[in-house]
Design a protein around this ligand. Structure first.
Ligand code: NAD
Length: 270
């Protein structure tokens, strides 16, 4: 399904860890629609070397390591991408999330506060740092588009999602606030996509994920959206077809967010 929606467009994809990653699929789909890419991930995430397979599959994209909490790394990444593309570019995918508290099974009411800061820095403030660095370097073209991945725990409590819920609330707020300033200054648009639970390394780190994904499936009229469908949605948001969509949190969840209860779930209580 190549419609060349991103013909002539160039962008950075953060967060492709392995072939399950939402970022991995988005890189493949963006490339199939004509985009040129730069790939990045945290230096520690590159040890397995899988990202280089992706780089080869998307036309030999350069891979520039960057810890998204380090302004210095982000600065080098943005400058490196501009050098590669020969100037400003069109889009950024922020597909980054990690909570040491969730990983180590700390209950929300008993978090380690150093780890809590790390959750917020990696999963949300990194978006602010990326945008501020891009703005400083004039890296994004007018009508450029930035998408960050979120989850509905930003609005509603999902007990095992822990402090990641707070990170997602902050992430969505940064998208809104920076979306205003970047929009006024350079007509750059910024949105978050609130995705269904998806089988990936980050997703599977949440306690009770298998039961939860089944619950979500039975609560979504269309079923859970998978990573490939999410990639397609991100492509539309990078394209010129969505130029006036900005500062939004967009649910990509098969209808889960607007379903109070489904017949299937009610049936389990009969
Ligand atoms: N999987 C789900 O159920 C689900 C649902 C909704 C939203 N999301 C969000 O989608 C995004 C992508 O996650 P995924 O599910 O594809 O999992 P994933 O584990 O494949 O991707 C997470 C990425 O974050 C990167 N990362 C972690 N710390 C970093 C740092 N300091 N600097 C740079 N990169 C760093 C990891 O290396 C990894 O590539 C995350 O924001 C996640 O919260 C996931």
């Amino acid at each position: 399904m190549a419609n060349n929606l991103l013909q002539g467009k160039k962008g950075i994809i953060f967060g492709a860890l392995n072939d399950q990653s939402i970022a991995w699929k988005t890189a493949l789909h963006a490339h199939a629609q004509g985009a040129e890419l730069v790939l990045t991930n945290a230096p520690v995430a590159m040890r397995m070397g899988e990202i280089h397979q992706l780089a080869a599959a998307v036309g030999g994209a350069p891979v520039i390591p960057a810890d998204a909490t380090s302004v210095e790394d982000l600065d080098a990444l943005i400058r490196g991408a501009m050098e590669h593309f020969g100037g400003p570019f069109d889009f950024i995918l922020h597909s980054i999330g990690m909570s040491p508290n969730v990983r180590k099974g700390k209950h929300y009411t008993d978090v380690n506060y150093e780890w809590y800061k790390s959750t917020l820095d990696v999963s949300a403030i990194s978006l602010h740092k990326t945008l501020a660095t891009a703005l400083k370097h004039g890296a994004l073209k007018e009508w450029g588009s930035v998408v960050a991945l979120s989850y509905i725990a930003a609005q509603r409590i999902f007990p095992d999602y822990g402090d990641m819920a707070d990170a997602k609330s902050l992430l969505e707020s940064v998208a809104r606030s920076f979306g205003y300033h970047y929009g006024v200054a350079h007509k750059v648009r910024i949105n978050t996509v609130s995705q269904s639970p998806t089988v990936t390394t980050a997703g599977s780190g949440v306690k009770g994920f298998d039961e939860f994904i089944a619950y979500s499936e039975s609560m979504s009229p269309l079923g859970n959206a998978d990573a490939a469908a999410c990639a397609d949605y991100c492509v539309t948001l990078f394209s010129d077809m969505t130029r006036y969509v900005t500062m939004q949190n967009l649910f990509h969840d098969g209808g889960f967010s607007n379903t109070g209860v489904s017949q299937e779930v009610i049936g389990k209580f009969a």
